[in-house]
Design a protein around this ligand. Structure first.
Ligand code: NJP
Length: 242
């Protein structure tokens, strides 16, 4: 039987592509996100293409009660092998334009949402002494770039959490991987960069979500501490001098 892989933020972008790639390689993707209709379409496509049943549930990861309820329900019927914490968003602003409510939402989703989902699945994995947690952070969590201070802070937090979790998890035979991509062609930038200023500068170097998804599914088969996909950074300094 294929591994059960829960993917947050599975309604678009990398999460959607991870779901297809998992199914393609014989795993069983379980889809979570807020957009239920999109999840239903993706699940239907997977069921028809790969002849497997594909569960999906509506979940806002920043709502802790919802996280508890959804994972309790899932864990009652599914033995989760792998969790991909992929749900997240960013809004790029210069520091003088930061909106604190928006900043809080970024932390609620990218950091606290990820921690809440991890806690539910990790306690299950601790009992069976196996599993793999894959956290999608970012190159923004490794390096400084202008206009992304709050987003970068959330991804630095994700990496801090992930690195500490990895030390604890190793005692239970649980793998923990951080994934740090550069810019990817997804819906992310329709929210992150409404002016189009950033995208204009990085467009040529953007990663395809299918490529990132393949790398993430590779890691499920051969666990690694960290996956870095940073080749866009070679032009980093030039970018921001514009
Ligand atoms: O973006 P997008 P990506 N609760 O917008 C979901 C990181 N990353 O695939 O809820 C639950 O296509 C949303 O679903 P919905 C990035 O930080 C990206 O690029 O239905 N889910 C959708 O499925 C993020 O962590 C780039 O709206 C929530 C998904 O998240 C991850 O990659 C570079 C949610 C976002 O899909 C996937 O982003 C990088 C919530 N509250 C890291 N809020 C990049 N694109 O350049 C959102 O280094 N979602």
């Amino acid at each position: 039987k294929g591994k059960s892989v829960v993917i947050t933020g599975a309604s678009s972008g990398i999460g959607e592509q991870i779901a297809y790639e998992v199914a393609k390689r014989g795993g069983i993707p379980i889809l979570l996100a807020r957009s239920k209709e999109k999840l239903a379409q993706i699940a239907q496509h997977i069921e028809q293409t790969y002849s497997i049943s594909c569960l999906y549930e509506q979940l806002d990861v920043s709502n802790q009660e919802e996280v508890d309820a959804v994972f309790d329900r899932l864990l009652a019927s599914v033995d989760i092998d792998i969790l991909v914490n992929n749900a997240g968003f960013g809004v790029f602003r210069y520091v003088e334009h930061i909106d604190l409510l928006e900043a809080k939402q970024m932390f609620d989703v990218n950091v606290l949402g990820l921690i809440a989902c991890t806690k539910k699945v990790y306690t299950h994995m601790m009992k069976k002494r196996s599993g793999h947690i894959i956290n999608v952070a970012s190159q923004a969590g490794k390096i400084a770039t202008p206009k992304s201070s709050v987003y970068a802070a959330t991804k630095h937090a994700v990496l801090g959490f992930t690195n500490s979790l990895r030390m604890e998890a190793s005692m239970y035979g649980i793998f923990v991987t951080a994934v740090n991509p550069g810019p990817i062609e997804t819906n992310f930038f329709t929210v992150a960069d409404t002016s189009g200023e950033y995208v204009k500068n990085v467009k040529r170097w953007m990663l395809r979500p299918e490529f990132v998804a393949k790398r993430i599914v590779d890691v499920m088969l051969t666990p690694t501490r960290e996956v870095n996909l940073p080749f866009w950074m070679h032009i980093g300094s030039r970018l921001y001098q514009l």
